[in-house]
Design a protein around this ligand. Structure first.
Ligand SMILES: [Zn+2]
Length: 306
């Protein structure tokens, strides 16, 4: 997805290691489960996730779609066709549960099963045979999306880190959910300079790093629009909506609310003066007298609730 983004880099401090992606992925049923894999004749290339300005935005769009249609795998396929697979197996490896990893590697290499996966020494072949079971991938993907949302909730609450969150713990405690472990750092020579380089064992880790960086950056962070849910680069801290269209729609909404409030006030006064619904509707310029009845009822309920 293309957006007019002047942001030079996604905010990561260093250059970054490469991640594999094939030019085409497919979803296959392998040994009774849906798996996303490189297509039969797909070509591999290696790219730098941190140089992809739209990656976090596209991730948000993809997870928005998954939330709306959990049984539609097309958004996942579209994302893979742009950025490759997530590196789920590396996450399993870090689960400190070697046994779990041993079991799961067969699900991640269904084309090899029941034989062992290819040797890591032949990395292209290893990637070609590597696939990700859809169910667990979606679960993990939505978990990471929650990390992004958590920061949004904190910002929206306009709370301090010490304030108690609606989830019971102080925000600063709760926000630790966003943290990412483990992370590697490399000493890297770029042909001219020595650099510090963060390594990401999976695209999941890269995404979590981007989310953390997005929390701290003042340089056009990726926000989501309250109206349509789409991500956008916030040019300044006051920008709350993705586009002029969404800003207009909230202004229209606010204007209508204000207008209604004024009319309700007028209706209350007219009722106190002894006018009936038909007369009030006529004076205010409302078509249906029933609307006046509804407004006055709403007002009564609101007042009783106070
Ligand atoms: Zn919007």
């Amino acid at each position: 997805m293309r957006r007019n983004s002047p942001r030079v880099n996604p905010g990561l401090i260093s250059d970054s290691p490469l991640w594999p992606r094939f030019n085409e992925y497919v979803i296959e049923n392998q040994h009774g489960e849906s798996v996303i894999l490189p297509a039969g004749n797909a070509k591999i290339e290696y790219y730098s996730p941190f140089k992809e300005k739209e990656l976090l935005c596209d991730f948000i769009v993809m997870t928005n779609d998954l939330r709306k249609m959990p049984n539609d795998y097309k958004p996942l396929l579209r994302f893979a066709n742009s950025y490759g697979l997530f590196g789920l197996i590396h996450e399993l490896e870090h689960d400190n549960n070697r046994q779990f990893f041993e079991i799961y590697k067969h699900h991640c290499f269904p084309r090899c099963f029941p034989n062992e996966p290819p040797d890591m020494a032949n990395i292209d072949e290893w990637h070609y045979n590597y696939g990700e079971p859809i169910a667990i991938t979606i679960e993990k993907t939505l978990e990471i999306r929650l990390c992004y949302d958590l920061w949004g909730k904190f910002k929206k609450a306009k709370a301090t880190p010490e304030d108690i969150s609606p989830f019971g713990l102080p925000w600063k405690q709760y926000l630790k959910e966003i943290n990412v472990y483990p992370i590697g750092v490399e000493l890297h020579y770029d042909g001219k300079y020595w650099q510090t380089r963060y390594t990401n064992s999976s695209l999941f880790v890269a995404l979590k790093l981007m989310i953390i960086q997005n929390c701290v950056t003042k340089d056009q962070p990726v926000e989501t629009c309250d109206i349509c849910g789409n991500p956008y680069f916030a040019y300044n801290e006051k920008q709350e909506y993705c586009s002029q269209a969404c800003r207009n729609s909230i202004n229209v909404k606010k204007h209508r609310q204000k207008e209604k409030l004024e009319n309700v006030r007028k209706a209350i006064i007219l009722r106190e003066e002894g006018k009936n619904n038909e007369e009030i509707a006529d004076i205010i310029g409302v078509k249906r007298p029933q609307t006046i009845e509804r407004w006055l009822n709403e007002f009564r309920i609101k007042k009783e609730g106070e």
